[in-house]
Design a binder for this molecule. Sequence first.
Ligand SMILES: [Fe+2]
Length: 282
Amino acid sequence: MPISVTPVSEVIGARISGVDLRNLDDTTMQQIHAAWVENFVIVIPGQTLSGAEQIAFTEWFGPRQQVRTIKLKRDEGTRDFMYVANKTVDGMEGVLPDGEMQFHTDQCYYENPARATILLAIEVPPEGGNTKFANAYAAYESLPAATKDRLRGLRALHVYDYQANATVKTNESAPDAPRWIHPVVIRHPETGREVLYVNRLMTDHIVGMGRGESDELLEELYEALENPDLCYEHVWTPGDLVMWDNLCTLHARTWFDPAEARVLRRTSVAGQPPDAAFAAAA
Ligand SMILES: [Fe+2]
């Protein structure tokens, strides 16, 4: 039976109903995959997956990416999922616990950022803690031609210090915080389209540019990316599974009362180093 796919905004995201992700077949998965590629973000309500079942769903899209955001103790080995949570769940301490979180893409500070991220809502606050998604294709297309020309061949350094600036940017990153340089405009591996690949939380500066000029140019790009007309804001309900394309979208979290529980289980699909959309500047 075909799945039902309904757009949630004019620019990004679709809701899929009529599926139980514990019982999938090839045909249904192909439809879900197509909906994801076409809409960049998919929302699938009413899911009750265990951790193992969520990993199995994640692997339909490619090899799973093990958790890298947190440093695990030697005896903890590796982890296939983590809880974005302000409480401990099944003996696992939650990470990225409270407050607003600025726009970002997951793991852009590594050579191979996650290809996709999947969150399953388990507990949500009565108000706030929403996730905003931005369409980075549309943001690039919205730029003036002169700005697009200026971006050709540019690269930016991304840094993330999970201890010092987990949710809001500061200039206090530890020297050993993970960091990587990527093109400012990347070419999406499936669509071949150009995508703006910088973000307010994790992008440090444009390589080879003075701090003032870099900050000014990045601010113009952030404003294009965070344009509310190009975003969808998801209000969570327990059981919502949301999956996003981590190369052509950005996401951010709105404030919520830290006294209220917020628990989501996160898995990721491993990715490749993003390709540059244009040749490097001379
Ligand atoms: Fe994130």
